[in-house]
Design a protein. Structure first.
Length: 343
């Protein structure tokens, strides 16, 4: 006997095969089963029991669901840490000025490419474009200006790049009591201590003050006096002033004075001191090795004045050492004479 042209056994086997496969999959715990025959719907996935879910396991993402947007904090952090953004921020500080040497390139158009130096009036002149004011512009602003002029008359969407070969307008000078006096190019923002560090730092001969000489817009000059002791030892960061293009940083070598100590001292002779040290009688005698056993109580300061006259100042050394009277401050070319006692 046949059904629809096939034997009854084959017809029953074909109908029972999908049911057998489904029962087998359910018995094995298969979470998802594709239909064995076209037109047969797949059963929904079995829910995982709560005990099988661990706290560290993350659910599988839905491939059809849209990707979650980045959080604001992550986006901000990525932007702030981007080297490109930092480079761009630094380049915005560098504005062009007179005597800067610029290399201007236009992609695939060599006739528009030039190396030019900015004139005293802060402008450049390019073929076909004429005079362009560049003073106060950044590189990117000048690129946009040139591209705009080319696009208006000659080229569609020109690709312009400007490279600064020499920042002559941003030079500063550091001289005086520094290890490597030099003319430096001011790249980015710099402070007084920054440029002194680039010049090798101060020498031992540096005085108590440093001057920053600045040319103003009206052509006049301003001198800023910096107290080094307050800046370096006092920690007054307000004295670490910003340095601007064209500034001159001058650290004067501290003037030295010579004091002479004679008489009943162990090492008589002349001694050099910094002007700011305020050398006193007691310090000068100490520098000379101290007094001998035959030294008198009273010492004398022999001082010559500008008019050629000389005065003698008597000092009770015993009272000075006891703190009963001030220790006199010595001047240039003073002579401290320590007499010998006869009894």
């Amino acid at each position: 006997m046949r059904f629809f042209g096939i034997s009854p056994l084959r017809w029953i086997s074909a109908r029972l095969l999908p049911l057998t496969a489904l029962l087998t999959a359910l018995a094995l715990g298969t979470p998802c089963l594709r239909p064995c025959l076209a037109g047969t719907a797949a059963p929904p996935p079995a829910a995982s029991p709560p005990a099988a879910v661990t706290p560290a396991a993350a659910p599988d993402p839905d491939p059809d669901a849209p990707a979650p947007a980045a959080t604001a904090s992550l986006t901000t952090h990525g932007t702030a840490s981007s080297p490109d953004s930092l480079t761009k921020a630094a380049s915005e500080i560098e504005v062009l000025g007179p005597h800067d040497l610029l290399e201007i390139s236009v992609f695939d158009l060599d006739q528009f490419s030039r190396t030019v130096r900015v004139a005293d009036d802060g402008s450049i002149t390019l073929p076909f474009l004429g005079r362009i004011e560049v003073r106060g512009l950044t590189r990117s602003e000048l690129e946009q200006t040139i591209a705009s002029r080319l696009g208006d008359k000659y080229v569609n969407d020109p690709q312009v790049s400007v490279f600064v070969k020499e920042y002559e307008s941003r030079k500063i000078s550091v001289s005086g009591a520094v290890k490597n006096p030099a003319t430096l190019q001011l790249m980015g923002s710099r402070t007084l201590l920054d440029v002194v560090s680039e010049a090798g730092g101060f020498t031992e001969e540096v005085g108590p003050t440093v001057y920053v000489i600045r040319r103003l817009a009206d052509g006049s000059t301003d001198r800023i006096t910096i107290d080094l002791e307050k800046l370096i030892y006092g920690g007054d960061t307000s004295l670490n002033v910003p340095i601007l293009p064209g500034d001159v940083v001058y650290a004067p070598i501290e003037e030295k004075i010579t004091i002479y100590v004679n008489g009943a001292v162990k090492e008589p002779g002349g001694y050099d001191f910094k002007h700011g040290d305020q050398m006193t009688v007691l310090r000068a005698i100490t520098k000379a090795g101290g007094t001998t056993e035959r030294a008198a109580r009273h010492v004398q300061i022999l001082r010559r004045h500008t008019d050629g006259n000389q005065s003698v100042i008597s000092v009770d050394l015993k009272k000075v050492r006891a703190g009963k009277i001030p220790d006199p401050v010595l001047l240039r070319e003073d002579v401290v004479d320590v007499p010998e006692a006869f009894f």
